[in-house]
Design a protein around this ligand. Structure first.
Ligand SMILES: Cc1cc2nc3c(=O)[nH]c(=O)nc-3n(C[C@H](O)[C@H](O)[C@H](O)COP(=O)(O)OP(=O)(O)OC[C@H]3O[C@@H](n4cnc5c(N)ncnc54)[C@H](O)[C@@H]3O)c2cc1C
Length: 390
C-alpha cells in the first residue's frame, strides 16, 4: 500500500525548529564552556558569581519572552523550557535562577503588568536586573493564600508589612513580584501582587538558607516593615493577585519540569561516560547487562518525562489548557530526576558518594523538584481533581 501524503504536518514533540535547535545548542555550549568549570566552587560557596550572571544577560536567556520593543527576544515559553533544560544539564542552580526570572517574574509582568509598568521594568529585566517571586511565608507554604503579609493604603500608595520565606534569587534580585493581602476580611480575594524594588524603603533581605541542593541558588527571607510601594506598582488589579499567583505558578511548574529533565540528562551523561570507562572484572561497567538495562530504563523514563514537559510547554504556547499536563510533568520529571540521579550515584560506586565526582551534587539537587512551586502532594491533588471530578 502506498503511503498517502499527510494532510497536516504535525512534527513530533521533540522535533525542534531550526531556531529552537540553534538556541538550545547555543545555551548548552555556553553552559558547558562557562558554567561547568565553576559548578563545584559555586556549590561549595553557595553563590553564583556576578560575572556569570552578566554573561547570562549577554547570552539572551534573561529576556526570552520579553517583547523586542522592550529589549527582549520576543520568543516563546518553549524557548524558556529549552534554556532551563540546557542550563540545568550542567547546573540546576543556574537553571532555577533563569527559570524564576523568566517563567514567573517576566511572565507575571508581561501578562498582568500595566503598559507603564512594562515600559519601566521590562527593559531593566532584559538587560541587568534580576527578578524574584515572593509568595511563600513561614505559615503559608502549600496553603499560600493564608499569607499574613499585609498591604495598607498610605499617602496615595501602599505600605507592606510582613515576612516572606524561601525566596529564590533574593540575594541577587533587584525586582520582586511580591504578594500581600490588601483586604484580609475578603480572604484570598484580598491578595494583591506588587512590584517591589530592592531599594524601596522598608524592604530588607534576611537570612540566606544553607541548603541540601541547588546551593548556589540563593534562597532568603524578605522582611517588610511598612515597605512603601507606589500605587502604580500594583500588578493587575487589587484583590486579583491570587489569579496572578495561580496562573504564573501553573506555568512556572513546567519550568521546574525542564530543570528536572536537564538535571537528569546531566546525570545520565556522566553515568554513560563513567560506566564506559570504569573497568571491573576485566570489562567496562557498561558491558554488564544489569548495568546496560538500568541505563536503558533511566533513558526511557527521561524521554517520557521530556515528552511531558515539552507537551505542557507547547500546549501553553498554543493557548490550549495545560493545567493538568503541567502538574503531571512536574511530578513525573522530579521523580525521574530523583531515580536517575540515585542510579548515577550507585553506578559511580564509591566515587558517586564524594564531591570529586559530579553526581552526588545532582542527587542532592534533584530533591527540590518535589518541593517548590507546589509539592508533589499538591500536584497530585490538581491531577486528581481533573481526573476524578471532570
Ligand atoms: C529551595 C527553595 C526555593 C523556593 N523558592 C521559592 C520562591 O522563589 N518563591 C516562593 O514564594 N516560594 C519558594 N519556595 C517555597 C516553596 O514553594 C514551599 O516550600 C512549598 O510550597 C511547600 O511549602 P512548605 O515548605 O510550607 O511545606 P508545607 O506546606 O508545610 O508542606 C509540608 C508537607 O505537607 C504536605 N501537605 C501540605 N498540605 C497538604 C495537603 N493539603 N494534602 C496533602 N499533603 C499536604 C506537603 O506536600 C509536604 O509534603 C522555595 C522553597 C525552597 C525549599
Amino acid at each position: 500500500m502506498s503511503k498517502q501524503p499527510m494532510e497536516t504536518s504535525r512534527p513530533a514533540l521533540t522535533v525542534l525548529s531550526e531556531d529552537e535547535r540553534l538556541f538550545r545548542d547555543s545555551v548548552y555550549e555556553f553552559a558547558d564552556r562557562e558554567i561547568r568549570p565553576l559548578v563545584r566552587e559555586m556549590d561549595e560557596h553557595a553563590r553564583i558569581p556576578p560575572a556569570l550572571i552578566d554573561k547570562l544577560f549577554g547570552l539572551g536567556v534573561m529576556a526570552i519572552e520579553i517583547p523586542e520593543v522592550h529589549g527582549g527576544a520576543g520568543a516563546t515559553f518553549f524557548h524558556c523550557v529549552l534554556a532551563v533544560e540546557a542550563l540545568s544539564r550542567v547546573d540546576p542552580a543556574v537553571g532555577v535562577l533563569v527559570d524564576v526570572h523568566n517563567t514567573l517574574v517576566i511572565n507575571a509582568l508581561t501578562r498582568w503588568g500595566s503598559s507603564e509598568i512594562q515600559q519601566r521594568y521590562l527593559p531593566r529585566l532584559a538587560s541587568q536586573a534580576i527578578g524574584a517571586y515572593a509568595l511563600s511565608e513561614a505559615g503559608a507554604g502549600s496553603d499560600a493564600f493564608a499569607m499574613t503579609t499585609r498591604a495598607v493604603e498610605r499617602d496615595g500608595g501602599w505600605a507592606l508589612t510582613g515576612r516572606k520565606l524561601w525566596i529564590t534569587n533574593a540575594s541577587e534580585a533587584d525586582v520582586f513580584i511580591l504578594f500581600a493581602n490588601a483586604n484580609p476580611e475578603a480572604g484570598y480575594r484580598g491578595i494583591t501582587a506588587f512590584l517591589v524594588e530592592r531599594g524601596f524603603a522598608g524592604l530588607s533581605v534576611g537570612k540566606k538558607e544553607d541548603k541540601l541542593g541547588i546551593r548556589a541558588s540563593s534562597t532568603c527571607e524578605l522582611v517588610l516593615e511598612e515597605c512603601r510601594v507606589p500605587r502604580e506598582n500594583v500588578i493587575g488589579e487589587v484583590g486579583k493577585g491570587y489569579r496572578t499567583a495561580i496562573e504564573t505558578l501553573n506555568e512556572g511548574r513546567i519550568g521546574i519540569g525542564a530543570q528536572m529533565i536537564g538535571l537528569a540528562q546531566g546525570a545520565l551523561d556522566h553515568t554513560i561516560k563513567y560506566t564506559q570507562e570504569r573497568r571491573q572484572f576485566g570489562k567496562s561497567l557498561a558491558e554488564f547487562q544489569a548495568v546496560r538495562h538500568q541505563i536503558a530504563r533511566a533513558a526511557t523514563e527521561l524521554q517520557a518525562a521530556r515528552l511531558m514537559v515539552y507537551e505542557a510547554a507547547r500546549l501553553r504556547d498554543a493557548g490550549c489548557p495545560f493545567l493538568t499536563e503541567a502538574a503531571m510533568c512536574k511530578i513525573f520529571s522530579s521523580e525521574v530526576a530523583e531515580r536517575v540521579t540515585s542510579l548515577a550515584v550507585n553506578l559511580f560506586g564509591g566515587n558517586g558518594f564524594v564531591k570529586d565526582y559530579p553526581v552526588e551534587k545532582l542527587f542532592r539537587d534533584a530533591k527540590i523538584g518535589q518541593i517548590y512551586e507546589g509539592t508533589s502532594n499538591l500536584q497530585l491533588e490538581t491531577i486528581a481533581r481533573q481526573v476524578l471530578e471532570n
